[in-house]
Design a protein around this ligand. Structure first.
Ligand code: MGD
Ligand code: MGD
Ligand code: SF4
Ligand code: MO
Length: 859
């Protein structure tokens, strides 16, 4: 099987992948991001490229349509809206998962031809505060860090970042560096304990949004103890005095940390020359996110710890092409190629280069405002490309209603059903990873190729092509007559040359002579060039700026603080990772982490359900009772949608509060009420066929043998068999039922001939049984009595909840190995194979060894 060299479509680490049409996936040993490593999501890519659930033809209002009819209708609607209501009455909402070429074309069409800047992207929810912070400090959105810096640093500070789960290969690189040089220190700053804290020498459980207080405290300490780099400051930085004065005003105890913890952190930071501060969504997704970014940058600038090997701030990007999107100007407040909308010379230069009829003159609507404009009728035509805002934006129900309110909505996706796609007038099939060609830029500014190794399925087209097809129908064919992504990339590189006179950081000259087909992963401006090494920054005076920032007043909060984020094995709204059985097995239902004390107060015990609510909406989630959460603080993952769960979409609760500078939503901090969900019954099912989402509480996931589902309801059904049959979609089966009328417990087994195709368990209490064992029975000829026992016999041990997704090793197998004497992660690997493929589960293995296992809600 010949393998194609391509790049992983998930996180911003940007790992190189060798992929084959038969589903073979290997880490690319020659790619400088991962040197052959992959995480569990990357390693499972082969399980997500089948055509199940794919959108294979355009649809107009639910009916299959031709490309011509769909594009004609779009051109008519968009042109009419522009004619009748002006260019700002239309909008594109795009994605950091588009390839650079798609993004470049979308931006060119909106800003240069339609003449509006109403193109925003899910990067607004992700990187906007970092972009704004970089621009305030450096005069440009420059990420100076490289991955090698992480290996050279003596102190790595991870702020608001669960690197072990969200950038696993970087986490592994840090773990390897630490193993090679045990003196390397890792500090993790996060209100909750995560798999990342497990690697850290010091975990600082900061108060939510306490980061600015902490870094202001550090700056004041550095100034007060004479540990600033005066020479560097004089030569390269302005704003020192006001920033330090402001920092001294603040109270570092507002960070929620003790004097002793603060002193220890200051000591580590002040005493180490090579410090890298990695930060992510715990910093960006805050109503004071941009100030948090500048509080961090201030400390690096004040000590000259920037632009040097092993030293500097490092905002790691989330999506595979978050960086590329910023480069081509995908945000509503940017032009193309790191140029500024507000600058008339920049605008004129881009317009001349594009030979476009117009150019936007002011920033467009940022994501939250954009959907507000949809709600209040200002947007007449909307195109959503490669993102799922009805799930991922705050106030998700409000956003769904807003999309529904737009007279004409187009959604381009690879899947036939998503919460957003279900609201579309026109649904367009895009080619997905493995089928399309282009480039992505990772967190360290490295541009890599994604290459196709599969044919385009059905009528699917690449996103750039669909955009060009619409542009042509709107009368701009000549400017969008590209025949390949290579041509678009060449134009993007040429724009960089044409605007080089402005002296911006984005310089793509190195790519001008490279062959697109064989392009090797390459950093801009050059592989060996370090930004800011010479102390030159991009403000007009050539210096960096320290900014006075102050910690937000958090006030008194009533109720619980809800924090949200990610799981190890799922990607966002699960449209792709949700297809992979072995990824579904890690954490199979929507849950909320809650401290034992709070659980007691709410009379919750393991397996119970909890209802969270506020003025925006409500969710029902499984209570995961754990000291990883702080009292009063809850954490829930963002992944569940209305497709897999009845009430697990967490953004229905998240308030649309944004950072005033960046417009980025504060997705990490919402106030909610929590109450016990008093279920009349609980159920669990496994099935060969897809399971329906219907009950008051239901959550379905792929399993290794088909599907599994968790259920609960208020009123106990009259007929279990009818209900189970409907949920499992199993008719014409032989059914065996075991019912205990007194306790209202029921167990049902569904057979086709001798083959077990479904099992359903229900009762008045949370169903306690060996789920992995039940899953393993589907498709076998296990007889009813044995199947309904719900527990494995001694001859067939129950592996328990999956910990190692690659090699399918369950928690019980691991516990047994530990009991038998395995005392290190390596020993567990030798005995059970766990952690020996991608290694993403190693943090959990070590936690298990420490006897604080990851508690699954209902094992
Ligand atoms: N497995 C997986 N990996 C992914 C993704 C995925 O969906 N799944 N998505 C990718 C994307 S797009 C992104 S943006 C990245 C995100 O990567 P991360 O930012 O690492 O992930 P999150 O889980 O969103 O949030 C990180 C941490 O911020 C903490 N936090 C919350 N509030 C605060 C606070 O006030 N201060 C501090 N210091 N910390 C706080 C949370 O407790 C959480 O542990 O992950 C990327 N990688
Ligand atoms: N509460 C809360 N909310 C959050 C966050 C959080 O931490 N907490 N994090 C935020 C962040 S950082 C991010 S990045 C967003 C992510 O949120 P989204 O971008 O909404 O989530 P995805 O599931 O990645 O959506 C991508 C969509 O594009 C489709 N797709 C995949 N490949 C292609 C392709 O090649 N072409 C096209 N046209 N479509 C394709 C997928 O099927 C999917 O429907 O969520 C944000 N929302
Ligand atoms: S760390 Fe994992 S998800 Fe991120 S690029 Fe690498 S393989 Fe893909
Ligand atoms: Mo993101």
């Amino acid at each position: 099987m010949s393998l194609t060299r391509t790049t992983c479509p998930y996180c911003g680490v940007g790992c190189g992948v060798l992929a084959g049409a038969d589903g073979t996936i290997k880490g690319d040993p020659e790619h400088p991001s991962n040197f052959g490593r992959l995480c569990s999501k990357g390693a499972a890519l082969g399980e997500t490229i089948d055509l199940k659930g794919r959108l294979l033809a355009p649809q107009i209002r639910g009916r299959t349509a031709t490309w011509d009819d769909s594009l004609d209708l779009m051109a008519k609607k968009f042109s009419a809206a522009i004619r009748d209501h002006g260019p700002d009455s239309v909008a594109f909402y795009v994605s950091g998962q588009l390839l650079t070429e798609d993004y470049y074309v979308a931006n060119k069409l909106m800003k240069g031809f339609i003449g509006s800047a109403n193109i925003d992207t899910n990067s607004r929810l992700c990187m906007a505060s970092s972009v704004a912070g970089h621009k305030r400090a450096f005069g440009s959105d420059t990420v100076p860090g490289t991955y090698a810096d992480l290996e050279e640093a003596d102190l790595i500070v991870l702020v608001g970042s669960n690197l072990a789960w969200c950038h696993p290969v970087l986490h592994q690189r840090i773990a390897a560096a630490k193993a090679a040089r045990p003196e390397v220190k890792v500090v993790n700053i996060d209100p909750r304990k995560t798999a990342t804290s497990d690697l850290a020498d010091l975990h600082l459980r900061i108060a939510p949004d306490g980061d600015t207080a902490l870094f202001n405290g550090l700056l004041a300490h550095l100034a007060d103890t004479d540990q600033l780099d005066d020479e560097y400051l004089k030569a390269n930085v302005t704003g020192r005095r006001p920033a330090i004065t402001q920092a001294r005003f603040g109270d570092p105890l507002k960070s929620g940390l003790s004097e002793a913890e603060l002193a220890l952190f200051y000591q580590h930071w002040a005493g180490t020359e090579k410090v890298v501060t990695v930060y992510s969504q715990g910093v960006n997704q805050s109503k004071g996110g941009t100030d948090k970014v500048n509080a961090i940058l201030n400390c690096h600038l004040a000590t000259g710890r920037i632009g040097k090997p092993g030293s500097g701030p490092f905002s790691v990007t989330g999506q595979p092409n978050a960086m590329g999107g910023r480069e081509v100007g995908g945000l509503a407040n940017m032009l193309a190629n790191h140029l500024d909308i507000e600058n008339p010379d920049h605008r004129a230069s881009v317009q001349t280069f594009w030979q476009s009829p117009t150019i936007c003159t002011k920033p467009g609507l940022k994501a939250v405002d954009l959907f507000q404009a949809c709600a209040n009728g200002k947007i007449k035509a909307l195109w959503v490309i490669s993102t799922n805002p009805a799930v991922s934006l705050p106030d998700a129900d409000g956003v769904a209603a807003a999309i529904d309110n737009v007279p004409f909505v187009v959604v381009s996706d690879i899947m036939a059903h998503t919460d957003t796609g279900d609201l579309a007038d026109v649904l367009l099939p895009a080619t997905g990873w493995g089928e399309k060609d282009g480039t992505v830029t990772n967190s360290e500014r490295r541009i890599s190729r994604q290459r196709a190794f599969l044919p385009a399925p059905g009528a699917a087209r690449p996103d750039w092509k669909i955009l060009c097809d619409l542009a042509a129908r709107m009368g701009w064919g000549a400017a969008f007559d590209y025949t390949s992504p290579a041509e678009i990339f060449a134009e993007y590189v040429a724009l960089s040359a044409a605007t080089a006179g402005f002296g911006r950081d984005l310089d793509l000259n190195i790519f001008a002579d490279m062959d697109y087909a064989t392009l090797l992963p390459t950093q801009w401006p050059r592989n060996d060039q370090r930004f800011f090494a010479d102390g030159a920054f991009y403000h007009p005076e050539g210096k960096a700026r320290m900014l006075p920032v102050s910690a937000p007043d958090l006030g008194e909060r009533k109720g619980f603080t809800l924090n949200t984020g990610r799981n190890r094995d799922q990607w966002h709204t699960m449209t792709r990772t949700g297809k992979a059985p072995r990824l579904g097995a890690h954490l199979a239902e929507p849950y909320v982490e809650i401290h034992p004390k709070d659980a007691t107060d709410l009379t919750l015990t393991t397996g119970d359900l909890v209802r969270l609510s506020n003025g925006y909406g409500q969710t029902v989630l499984r209570a995961l009772i754990t000291e990883r959460a702080e009292p009063g603080q809850l954490f829930a993952p963002m992944h569940w949608t209305r497709q897999q769960s009845s009430s697990g979409c967490i953004n229905t609760l998240v308030a649309p509060v944004v950072d005033p500078v960046s417009g980025q939503p504060a997705s990490k901090l919402t106030t909610v009420e929590a109450t016990r969900f008093d279920a009349g019954w609980y159920g669990f099912a496994v099935s060969r066929d897809p399971i329906d989402v219907t009950e008051a509480y239901s959550a379905v996931a792929r399993s290794l043998t088909g599907w599994q589902g968790e259920f609960a309801g208020v009123d106990t059904p009259d007929n279990w068999q009818d209900m189970a049959q409907e949920l499992l979609g199993l008719s014409d089966c032989d059914v065996t039922e075991m019912t205990d009328p007194n306790q209202r417990q029921t167990r049902l087994a569904f057979y086709e001939g001798e083959t077990l195709v479904g099992l359903f368990f229900a009762g008045p209490d949370p169903v306690s049984l060996a789920r992995a064992f039940a899953v393993s029975l589907i498709g076998t000829t296990t007889p009813p009595l044995r199947a309904l026992a719900g527990r494995s016999g001694a001859d067939q041990p129950d592996p328990g909840t999956t910990i190692c997704a690659c090699l399918n090793v369950g928690i019980n197998t691991l516990r047994a190995a530990i009991t038998a004497g395995a005392s290190t992660v390596e020993a567990l690997g030798e005995v059970t194979c766990a952690g020996t493929n991608c290694g993403s589960c190693k943090p959990e293995l070590s936690t298990l060894l420490d006897a604080t296992r990851i508690p699954m809600a209902a094992e």
